[in-house]
Design a protein around this ligand. Structure first.
Ligand SMILES: Cc1cc2nc3c(=O)[nH]c(=O)nc-3n(C[C@H](O)[C@H](O)[C@H](O)COP(=O)(O)O)c2cc1C
Length: 232
């Protein structure tokens, strides 16, 4: 039997129950660690599940910062330094990623508190997470204040990407599963994924085809050629 809730029912939920209910309702989320630094070279790391794709040309993404905490280190650092990193979470360090959500004082780096490794690259101020397989260097573009609930949308552009070369297929698709990227639901539930299929571009009057095999075959051939070239 399906349970039905009206908006009035939802508003009468206990506050924590409502937050957990609505947070889960948003579906499976991108799970990332955002690495920042302030002008005094104090690093910061925090987990976010609101990271989303905004557009490919130019490559843009967004994420949401909550209004509820007095100190928002990620926000402050991004607004002052304008650069930050976005690091996919892998199964091997999801507990450490979760721990970064604790409210550490500003002078304590979550890198130290969780033993995740800060990795610095030339000409880029913010720290990456060395343990992460997919890492993005990002530049702050714009802050949008969401008047309905006081949250803040950060719009940023992608300026660099680092990922294992065997996780990019022939057509540019990134095999997130192969890279070990995990997902989450709500604010405390972590999940591995299983792909069902990749499908062809949908067109009216054209049957869909499963494309996984085509790209993976092409990719394997490419890898074999690369390997041969290396051996020669
Ligand atoms: C799974 C998970 C996802 C989270 N996603 C967000 C988010 O999208 N936006 C946000 O503001 N806080 C989010 N948080 C809470 C932040 O991680 C937490 O407030 C953290 O202390 C912020 O750190 P900072 O003050 O160093 O920026 C999330 C927490 C968890 C456990």
């Amino acid at each position: 039997m399906a349970k039905q809730f009206s908006v009035n029912d939802i508003l009468q939920f206990d506050q924590r129950y409502r937050a957990t209910f609505i947070n889960s309702l948003g579906g499976f989320k991108s799970l990332v660690l955002i690495g920042t630094i302030n002008k005094k070279k104090q690093s910061n790391l925090a987990v976010f599940n609101s990271f989303f794709h905004l557009g490919a040309s130019p490559p843009l993404f967004g994420f949401i910062i909550r209004p509820d905490s007095a100190e928002r280190h990620t926000l402050d650092n991004i607004l002052s330094v304008k650069e930050f990193t976005v690091n996919h979470v892998n199964e091997s360090f999801y507990k450490q990623a979760h721990q970064t959500s604790a409210r550490y004082p500003q002078d304590i780096s979550e890198f130290d508190a969780t033993s995740l490794t800060a990795e610095y690259k030339t000409n880029f101020a913010a720290p990456f997470v060395a343990e992460s397989n997919i890492k993005i260097g990002a530049r702050f573009e714009r802050r949008v204040d969401i008047i309905e609930n006081g949250t803040i949308l950060i719009i940023a552009s992608i300026i660099s990407v680092s990922l294992p070369d065997d996780c990019i297929l022939e057509d540019g698709y990134i095999n997130l599963e192969k890279a070990g990227t995990i997902t989450c639901s709500g604010l405390d539930s972590y999940h591995k994924t299983t792909r069902i299929a990749r499908l062809s571009y949908a067109k009216p009057n054209l049957p869909l085809a499963e494309t996984d095999e085509v790209f993976e075959r092409a990719d394997n051939t490419n890898n074999q050629i690369k390997q041969k070239n290396k051996e020669q």
